[in-house]
Design a binder for this molecule. Sequence first.
Ligand SMILES: [Zn+2]
Length: 144
Amino acid sequence: MKEKVWKDCPACGAHGSMVLRGNLIERVDGKGYKPFSVKGLEGYICQKCHDGILTIKSENRLRVEIMENRARQDSARIPASALIPVEEIAKSLKVPRQTVHWMMRVGRMPFVYVGKQRFPFKDKSKKIFVKGQSHKMSDLANIH
Ligand SMILES: [Zn+2]
């Protein structure tokens, strides 16, 4: 995806108020997870209302870091019975196994670590979006 250059602020509507800044810190405070910060992000900040938009590259990095962080926290509490084999989820979604691995790697599918391997898991609260369709993680292991 092409990086967009922001000039006018989409939040307050100020013209030419957006300035590109590096070294931004985003505090992530998800429900049920220990808060943490992601540093070194880049984005456009409005000089008027101080609202900000991350660059696509930083947005992607943030998503990966959030998923990684949650995976590490979830790995300690998700029981083995909740794990979904990659093969099974690939069949449910009618995508190749590599797509499932890619989705986990880029932060598009929640997972936990078993050793160094990533596994998707059943969770009522988690949803993923594939080919324009939303799927509940808890349903995926049951659809064939
Ligand atoms: Zn603004």
